[in-house]
Ligand binder design. Structure first.
Ligand SMILES: Cc1cc2nc3c(=O)[nH]c(=O)nc-3n(C[C@H](O)[C@H](O)[C@H](O)COP(=O)(O)OP(=O)(O)OC[C@H]3O[C@@H](n4cnc5c(N)ncnc54)[C@H](O)[C@@H]3O)c2cc1C
Length: 441
């Protein structure tokens, strides 16, 4: 039995602890925040995420999927709100049994932490912030957020599951030839609330992910089990108008009335939410290698933070847990080899996902509004029906399959080339036929 010190008990930390606990490893998990079991809120707000096939598969491996899905709301497609308030529904898949799940971050966090704690070899401590890791010693230096007491947790290996601004990764960044890059979008995000109707029901279609695409920006909303929706405005930090220039309540009201008129009557606390909720930034982080000897490794956002537009960051982090577990099984007595294999299998896929996620922002905020987009989705579904198992839309490969992200991206590019060439050839054929018919007249 080895001892693993895990830093960060966010979404992936709890799940990884469950995987390691199942292996019979000793696990000490340290989280800088207080115990999330106080409620389904993070920072005073309810935040939800889309959970799909990869994440569900990972949860199934440790027997937690049905517990998590009990808290989820199926979202069967995109509900597009155009400027006039007209609605257009576009299903995610031709098969109605394929959908994504809206799940509260707090509820999910609680299930995975409790799942991990069922293993007697797993111990979780809250209010413990890691300040640095001694890489060669696999020792994490901690400070208690309540008492300010410092301590050192030693193990055979430390795993950084401490999110995009990972302290474990910061310690690794001092290593020679450690690659690191971060890139911010010009857009930030702000979460707002659409409360339940007076009878507790949802004020919009509950089984959909709502999108208000407005070309250079957008708002989305995901349903919560309590009848509310959490909506998120993705908007430029700078420029006119932008987060920077919209501070007064009247500016907020004017902007929303112009852009999201149908949502305004559903958001009674709009101005107060806008004022008091923080504006978050959107970052892509790439680094490598994700391990140091057999002593330290990174997983989840700590290794590869992506922007949220494919709804895959958490799903990918959960998939990391499955792959790391498989690699530890493949090399039970050589942890360095296991870490190296895990990095080799995941890095290319994390990079591909990072690109897909940025590209999908353009699709969501701009293309979903167009008839051409909706026609392309219908064509995708038709081709999938005609060529089952051969033609798979990119969205379906990313969301409803476990095809590695890099392979999905390559396959989609290949499919697009074939389909567009075939369509081009068809158009040319039709034109030639018409010309020959006209010349015979
Ligand atoms: C607006 C938005 C929407 C998103 N929507 C989706 C979605 O729909 N679907 C999806 O799959 N993904 C989504 N994501 C991405 C998803 O949130 C992340 O990929 C996921 O949370 C990563 O999990 P993690 O455990 O690696 O990191 P986190 O969930 O960030 O957890 C890291 C944990 O480490 C703790 N920590 C940090 N530093 C320290 C330290 N020094 N010491 C101790 N503890 C520390 C933190 O408190 C936290 O609990 C979204 C992200 C954003 C920003």
């Amino acid at each position: 039995m080895s001892k693993f010190v895990l830093i960060g008990s966010g979404l992936a930390g709890g799940l990884l602890a469950a995987f390691l606990g199942r292996r019979g490893e000793e696990v000490e998990l340290f989280e800088r925040r207080p115990d999330p079991r106080a409620g389904n809120t993070v920072g005073g707000r309810s935040i939800n995420l889309a959970l799909s096939t990869r994440g569900i598969h990972a949860l199934e491996q440790v027997g937690l999927a049905s517990e998590v899905l009990a808290h989820a709301i199926p979202m069967r497609g995109r509900m597009i709100h155009d400027r006039s308030g007209a609605l257009h529904f576009s299903a995610y898949d031709r098969d109605p049994s394929k959908y994504i799940n809206s799940i509260g971050r707090g509820a999910l966090n609680t299930v995975v932490i409790e799942g991990a704690q069922r293993y007697p070899s797993v111990r979780v401590e809250f209010n413990q912030r890691c300040i640095e890791v001694e890489l060669d010693a696999a020792a994490a230096h901690l400070i208690n957020a309540v008492t300010n007491e410092t301590s050192v947790a030693r193990g055979d290996a430390v795993i950084g599951v401490d999110g995009a601004f990972s302290a474990v990764r910061s310690s690794m960044q001092r290593l020679d030839r450690f690659e690191y890059s971060q890139s911010y979008l010009a857009h930030g995000y702000k979460e707002l609330t659409i409360p339940p109707a007076s009878d507790g029901s949802w004020q919009m279609e509950k089984n959909a992910l709502h999108i208000w695409p407005r070309k250079s920006f957008m708002m989305i909303a995901l349903p919560n089990p309590d009848g509310s929706f959490t909506s998120t405005l993705f908007w430029q930090f700078e420029g006119r108008p932008s987060f920077a220039t919209t501070n007064r309540d009247e500016d907020v009201r004017r902007f929303f009335n112009e852009e999201f008129a149908d949502a305004v009557p559903l958001m009674p606390d709009l101005c107060q939410d806008f004022r008091s909720n923080p504006t978050g930034s959107l970052v892509t982080i790439r680094c490598g290698p994700w391990f140091y000897e057999d002593r330290v490794a990174l997983l989840g956002d700590a290794a590869h933070a992506v922007v949220p537009f494919y709804g895959q960051g958490m799903n990918a982090a959960f998939e990391d847990c499955v792959v790391l577990d498989e690699c530890l099984s493949a090399y039970p007595s050589d942890r360095k080899k296991a870490f190296a294999e895990y990095f080799n299998r995941r890095k290319e896929n994390a990079d591909a996902l990072a690109d897909l996620a940025v590209e999908n922002f353009v699709e969501m905020r701009d293309k979903t509004a167009s008839r051409v987009f909706r026609a392309k989705k219908k064509l995708d579904h038709t081709l999938e029906g005609w060529l089952p198992g051969t033609y798979l839309p990119l969205y379906a490969m990313v969301t409803f399959s476990r095809i590695p992200y890099a392979e999905a991206a390559k396959r989609a590019r290949r499919q697009d080339r074939i389909v567009y060439s075939a369509l081009g050839a068809l158009v040319i054929l039709i034109v030639l036929l018409l010309v020959s018919l006209l010349t015979k007249l």
